[in-house]
Design a protein around this ligand. Structure first.
Ligand SMILES: [Zn+2]
Length: 280
């Protein structure tokens, strides 16, 4: 089991102790595509998966989901959370065992999710529509100085529901002077780099586990594709994700690191539970 560099009480102490300021951004990796952002007193969770719901669901099946890294924190212990995103309906990105305790303990929390999955979001979080920010690609949810703009994601393909709403999304997250891109689960699709390049994100969070149908793994960029995208959207810093959670669906970040060095793309490989503090 990969150890979290900080977990439980140590993680919570670290979160409570971070400095304030508009020019400062703190980022923790929670494993898989999950991140916690702290900006100017606001806490934003991106696709958190902080339970063992998939391990339990697939126990004894042909596709066991064996956890590789420790859980960083019990979601019931996270307080003062303001926003949580979900890029799509798969449980490692919209987890009832993470969302229900989070919503029960955070009265002001809002869920930003694909409009196509509004009902599922309400069901899994146990909350009513007032706490949902449903978005389709091109739409923005904004409050004060924080906003989420949905962009399409192709989890293998670009797909829409009967009403034409995208099933898979990525988000451009703006927090004061910061612009971030959380891609969700996606492969490269035509026009993607052109769409994202104007945002020139300060930080991009991109999956690197790739596609391997022989292992039942599909729908994500591999290391080389993630580096290509980072370079072509002028991402100032790129953090790889979607690895080291489940044994059947992981890669080592070595190829990502080597390719990024060759292409001179700025990256930071985080460890689970680690904090990265950035300053403008
Ligand atoms: Zn996923």
């Amino acid at each position: 089991m990969i150890k979290a560099v900080q977990k439980d009480d140590a993680f919570l102490t670290d979160l409570r102790g971070v400095g304030e300021g508009r020019d400062r951004l703190d980022i923790w990796w929670l494993g898989q595509s999950g991140f916690l952002l702290h900006w100017n007193g606001k806490n934003i969770l991106l696709d958190p998966y902080l339970s063992d719901s998939l391990t339990l669901k697939y126990q004894g099946t042909a596709k066991p989901h064996i956890r590789m890294c420790e859980r960083v924190v019990d979601p019931a212990k996270l307080q003062f959370m303001h926003y949580v995103t979900s890029s799509h309906v798969h449980t490692d990105h919209l987890d009832p065992d993470t969302l229900a305790p989070l919503f029960a303990n955070n009265p002001g929390l809002k869920l930003i999710l694909p409009l196509a999955h509004l009902r599922e979001g309400m069901k899994r979080s146990g909350c009513s529509g007032e706490r949902m920010g449903g978005l389709d690609a091109g739409q923005t949810f904004a409050e004060d100085e924080i906003s989420f703009t949905a962009v399409p994601a192709a989890h293998e393909t670009l797909q829409v529901d009967e009403e034409g709403h995208h099933l898979f999304l990525g988000y451009i997250v703006r927090a004061g002077p910061w612009t971030l891109y959380h891609s969700g689960d996606t492969v490269l699709y035509p026009g993607m780099a052109e769409l994202l390049k104007p945002y020139a994100p300060d930080v991009s969070f991109l999956p690197i586990n790739g596609t391997d149908p022989s292992r039942g793994v599909s729908g994500n960029m591999n290391a080389r594709e993630a580096v290509w995208l980072a370079k072509n959207i002028d991402s100032k810093l790129t953090i790889p994700c979607h690895f080291h959670l489940f044994e059947f669906n992981t890669v080592e970040p070595d190829e990502f690191i080597e390719t990024a060095q060759k292409e001179q793309v700025p990256i930071r490989v985080m460890q689970v539970g680690e904090r990265l503090s950035l300053q403008l």
